[in-house]
Design a protein around this ligand. Structure first.
Ligand SMILES: Cc1ncc(COP(=O)(O)O)c(C=O)c1O
Length: 368
């Protein structure tokens, strides 16, 4: 029988999509915002050189971007000492995670990671009709390599290691990661998400490039959203063996990174002074903020990233709502199954002071 326009029709839908939730798709809070500390952004802002590059590039937006993004890949080759052929650019590290799922997963393939962690590993797996297996972090809130190893089956295809982990800020010692790689069965790719690597102590940074050169099946994810302050531009990159990168380029949309994003990232890489000043400030502020929170009796996990994960020992959602009344946004951890915990971005010295003042007011207010 013929259906009329207003009658409910069933939609074609990929398996797994129904169970997903949109990512923080609520309308932004219209109240006066004093410090947005909920997205791990860089409150120092981008390099003036990057902004100038964006403005100049705006005159040419009637042209498509270079699909290869060669200017940026060659700048990254200079920074890391990796051949440009082993680097792929993406629409943020987010876009690269989706791309990795689309390239390497078949329906029913298993993907391992620990939780709580960056939620896109799970959602991108489900969208690709893979099976997401989240294993608890260890007792030190780190990725549990031993239990990850035990969870490997003949169907395992991808293993994510988030290092530093979002939201805990914890890292794994490089020798433990290397031991894990050595033990890995054939046919598995390890995705080492290093979005926050710039904020780590130098001696804790894994020799990812060396591992790739030695033939371990590893892909490293990086982003310009954090240390380089370009979250709004949406540009990230990954490096791996030439073979892995070649497969990814077969699947990636051709013009996925805009010409403005490419120019901005090149401009940001050139301004080494700005990068160093910002990273040093955030690292110093992170230590100060951690001590300040500890003095208030809160449990804070030592972090190697640009955020801190803390336990309020009471309902964090209520506290986050109260902080929002002071114009301070932090990330409540209820969706990670840790309802007394929250994650706070380390901001500028001024933003951090504003946060602490509001926190004191909220924690001291016994009238509510
Ligand atoms: C661990 C981790 N990986 C990847 C990303 C995505 O970064 P991008 O802004 O480049 O998409 C984030 C963003 O917060 C993150 O925390």
């Amino acid at each position: 029988m013929e259906k009329k326009g207003k009658e409910k029709r069933s939609l074609p839908l990929r398996h797994g999509v129904e169970g997903l939730s949109p990512y923080l798709a609520d309308k932004p809070d219209e109240r006066e915002l004093r410090a947005r500390l909920c997205f791990n952004e860089n409150l120092h802002g981008p390099s003036p050189g990057a902004v100038k590059a964006i403005v100049q590039a705006a005159l040419n937006v009637h042209f498509y971007p270079d699909p290869g993004g060669w200017e940026l890949r060659e700048a990254l080759q200079k920074k890391h000492g990796i051949p440009a052929e082993q680097i792929i650019l993406g629409n943020g590290a987010d876009g690269l995670i989706t791309l990795i799922s689309s390239t390497f997963l078949n329906p029913g393939d298993e993907v391992l990671f620990c939780e709580p962690t960056f939620p896109i590993y799970r959602s991108s797996t489900l969208i690709s009709m893979g099976v997401a297996k989240g294993i608890p972090l260890d007792e030190r809130y780190r990725f549990d390599l031993e239990n990850l190893r035990k969870a490997i089956t003949s169907k395992t295809r991808l293993i994510y290691l988030c290092n530093p982990n979002n939201p805990t800020g914890t890292v794994l010692p490089p020798d433990e990661i290397e031991g894990f790689l050595k033990d890995l069965p054939e046919g598995i790719l390890v995705v080492l998400d290093e979005a926050y690597v710039d904020f780590m102590d130098a001696e804790k940074i894994p020799p990812t490039l060396t591992w790739i050169e030695e033939g371990y099946p590893v892909i490293s994810l990086r982003t310009f959203s954090k240390a380089y302050g370009l979250a709004g531009m949406r540009v990230g990159y990954a490096f791996s063996s030439k073979e892995v990168i070649d497969f990814l380029y077969r699947v990636r949309e051709p013009f996925v990174v805009s010409s403005l994003a490419i120019k901005a990232a090149v401009g940001a890489l050139e301004d080494v002074q700005h990068y160093r000043r910002v990273v040093n400030s955030i690292r110093k502020e992170r230590d100060g903020l951690q001590k300040a929170l500890g003095k208030r009796g809160l449990t804070v996990i030592p972090s190697q990233a640009n955020f801190l994960f803390l336990d309020f020992q009471k309902d964090a959602e209520t506290l986050c709502r109260r902080l929002a009344e002071y114009g301070i946004l932090i990330r409540c951890s209820r969706s990670w199954g840790m309802p007394t915990w929250a994650r706070v971005t380390v901001g500028t010295p001024q933003a951090n002071k504003t946060f602490l003042r509001a926190l004191d007011a909220v924690l001291g207010d016994r009238t509510r």
